[in-house]
Design a protein around this ligand. Structure first.
Ligand code: NAI
Length: 699
């Protein structure tokens, strides 16, 4: 049982006790209804307190039950709330610290509520693409007033109890406790004081009106529509709260229920719930126990103060961890330091960073030209030129100077981490930390697990990444790791589409309409087309039978590397990021097409999206099968956090699941028939073929 029952004099106390946040799982719900029954049957009990043990009153639904039959098993939350309302003895909710979602809905079902100051109160369901489903949209407007309730429900954001208590006419909190410490005692006294009051007050009986309802809800819809973009739930919040003002309570409850169930099945809510679970899953490594003892990371060294080194250093400075940067020459150090400074100064100018915080951060940063100065760092991250010879020199130096137990990380994006580890006599301490550019902004961190990387090194790096607020995903060693290995196939399809009749702008537009932050050609211009060029040159010798469109090479031969040269697939005006189509590039593509004797055809947006996204999916299936990624949801996190895949689609793997893997495979078979495409690539990965045949999904 995850709820305790005790009697103090004439007051029964039911205490939710399901750490960490007293989630309302089945056992807890049973505990509440059992407690109510006992209290109502005991003549010595005159009133009841419902409280939460530990660090919360209740955070709402139990995430361990998410999407399982247990979440709905009786007594479900609606039944529990009904049982509370129907108690013949008054029930007082005593809330502290966290009172959210189903927890708040439960409190709203109680006859009275007393709150500790500092309690975070929220109905966050909208963040999972839902509306509150246990009366929150009907009771909160009655208890708090229509406008503040709608604000809370649409935003999902927490508000502190003491602020809510100040709202004129509110009935959410009957009383504020003096402090969290005195809450239990004050709740007992309050329960005694109301023991004989009849009739028992119920939130459902409170009036719910807005003076200018029609105009207000019209305004609300206009505002919310603009912000909700691709998500249906926020507008549904408005509908549900409006119903509270127009329908009888029970009809409003039925209306809420109907909306809730319909939203459950929307792809957008599935995507948000998937991401919620995926984020938690990604931090767990199947064969690394959660209680693995981690190494202490109190100071960090960064080798190379270039594009990546500077951004990497900022992550640690922001988290209050001192950083020492090493370069070969003083000028390079000065340049790197200058960029970090400029970056912070622009944040100060925009009011995003306070001057004293800026000073504190810069004070944590030091520089050196001498490896011996790094020896005491707990973690060193190398971000020097992408050449094995240079990495070899650096790692041999690190092996020489670093203290035993220091973690040696490389930010390499393409090189073999096992080879890098072999330059040292401590390969167990070597790991990849693949940041994305700009490293101080992008949320994604691929943690590259070498053959010999120690488990405690992995556990430490995962914990550190949380500290610097990155979403870390573990990848095995392979060319491109998870993200870039997939993007190569995506880019290859983009090239074929140009050969067959598309312009870069057409492809980009189709992908941006699908929801990508940027189409593949705009992305190439941003990252630098020369990087892909270098990789292709390597491929031409390594994998001579791999098919590529030559257009990107022709582009690079013209020196059109992208934004950094002011010209790529598009033209750029200095200081702006707008991509301006260039007629010469289009002509270059047409000429190349003609030279190969290809007659251009009209290609639909649907085909563009399918070929690019399914290319990601097929490569990802290989990656999963090879064990490079441990789960499909990790791959989704990589694409959501690092490559601008639309949140409301939940990542390429969930997208494929929602389209249906059978349909994905059918499309791939069709693409394989196209002589201008790569038939070999479109052979479905064995894992994908198997799942499709069995009617299963990746997730
Ligand atoms: P960069 O050229 O901007 O910076 C490299 C810096 O390393 C230069 O300042 C250089 O002076 C310094 N350096 C070179 N050899 C050194 C040595 N032996 N000792 C000390 N310092 C040395 O390069 P960038 O873009 O920062 O890339 C660095 C690493 O990060 C590469 O491995 C790259 O593959 C990887 N990476 C780059 C990304 C990007 O988008 N630029 C993204 C993810 C990883």
């Amino acid at each position: 049982m995850t709820a305790k029952y005790e009697v103090h004099g004439s007051v029964a106390v039911i205490t939710l006790d399901n750490p960490p946040v007293n989630g309302l799982g089945h056992a807890t719900r049973l505990g509440i209804t059992d407690g109510l029954q006992k209290a109502n049957a005991d003549a010595a009990v005159k009133s009841i307190v419902l409280a939460g043990a530990g660090k919360a009153f209740s955070g709402g639904a139990d995430i361990k039950e998410f999407g399982t039959p247990k979440a709905l098993a009786e007594p479900n939350l609606l039944s529990v709330i009904l049982a509370v309302e129907n108690s013949s003895k008054p029930v007082v909710a005593a809330v502290h610290t966290v009172c959210m979602g189903g927890g708040l809905e439960l409190a709203l079902g109680c006859h009275y509520r007393i709150a500790a100051p500092g309690t975070s109160v929220a109905l966050p369901e909208v963040k999972l693409g839902l509306i509150p489903g246990a009366g929150g949209t009907q009771r909160l407007p009655r208890a708090l007033g229509v406008e503040p309730a709608l604000n809370m429900i649409v935003s999902g954001e927490p508000v502190k109890s003491e602020l809510l208590a100040q709202i004129p006419g509110q009935n959410l909190f009957d009383r504020m406790a003096a402090s969290a410490e005195s809450l239990a005692e004050e709740a007992l006294a309050f329960a005694q004081a109301v023991a004989d009051t009849r009739p028992l007050p119920l939130v459902r009986n409170l009036p719910c009106k807005h003076r200018n309802g029609d105009a207000y809800f019209q305004f609300a819809r206009n505002m919310v529509k603009g912000m909700a973009k691709n998500f249906p739930a926020p507008l549904k919040c408005v509908d549900a709260v409006e119903a509270a003002t127009k329908k009888k309570f029970d009809e409003g409850m039925a209306f809420e229920r109907e909306i809730f169930i319909n939203l459950m099945w929307t792809p957008e809510s599935r995507a948000l719930r998937h991401i919620f679970a995926a984020e938690r899953a990604a931090s767990k490594i199947p064969d690394v126990p959660e209680d693995t003892v981690k190494r202490e990371i109190k100071s960090v060294a960064v080798i190379g103060a270039g594009t990546m080194g500077g951004g990497i250093a900022m992550n640690f400075l922001n988290a209050g961890i001192p950083v020492k940067m090493l370069e070969m020459k003083q000028e390079a150090l000065d340049k790197g330091l200058g960029i970090i400074r400029k970056n912070y100064e622009s944040q100060v100018k925009r009011g995003k960073l306070k001057q004293d915080k800026y000073d504190q951060r810069m004070a944590l940063l030091s520089t050196t030209l001498n490896y011996d100065d790094l020896k005491d760092a707990d973690l060193v991250i190398e971000a020097v030129f992408e050449e094995m010879g240079v990495k070899e020199k650096v790692f041999k130096e690190l092996d020489r100077v670093m203290k035993p137990g220091a973690i040696l990380a490389s930010n390499t994006s393409t090189l073999d981490v096992n080879k890098i580890a072999a330059f040292t006599k401590r390969p167990q301490d070597v790991v990849g930390m693949h940041f994305f550019s700009p490293a101080n902004v992008m949320k994604l961190l691929e943690v590259i697990r070498g053959e010999k990387t120690a488990k405690d090194v992995l556990a430490t790096v995962m914990a550190v990444s949380k500290k610097i607020r990155k979403t870390a995903v573990v990848s095995g060693v392979c060319d491109g790791f998870i993200g870039n290995r997939m993007i190569e196939q995506y880019g290859r399809q983009g090239g074929f589409l140009l050969d067959e009749g598309c312009t870069p702008a057409q492809v980009d537009k189709a992908m941006e309409k699908f929801g990508m932050a940027m189409g593949p050609f705009r992305m190439g211009d941003l990252a630098g087309n020369d990087i892909g060029w270098a990789i292709r040159k390597r491929r031409y010798t390594e994998k001579p039978d791999m098919k590529y469109s030559k257009t990107a090479d022709l582009l690079c031969e013209k020196g059109r590397f992208g934004q950094k040269t002011g010209a790529g697939w598009y033209d750029y005006v200095p200081g702006k990021r707008d991509a301006i189509p260039n007629a010469e590039v289009v002509k270059m593509i047409e000429d190349h097409r003609a030279a190969q004797g290809i007659t251009p055809r009209k290609i639909s947006d649907e085909e563009i999206v399918q070929r690019l996204v399914y290319a990601l999916v097929n490569e990802a299936a290989h990656i999963l099968e090879e064990g490079i990624a441990s789960r499909a949801s990790d791959i989704d996190m990589v694409y959501l956090m690092g490559y601008g895949f639309p949140i409301y689609r939940g990542g390429p793997m969930l997208y494929a699941d929602q389209v249906g893997l059978f349909n994905v495979v059918q499309s791939m078979k069709r693409f394989a028939q196209n002589p201008l495409d790569d038939a070999k690539f479109w052979q479905p990965a064995p894992l994908l073929a198997k799942l499709a045949a069995e009617g299963k999904t990746f997730n």
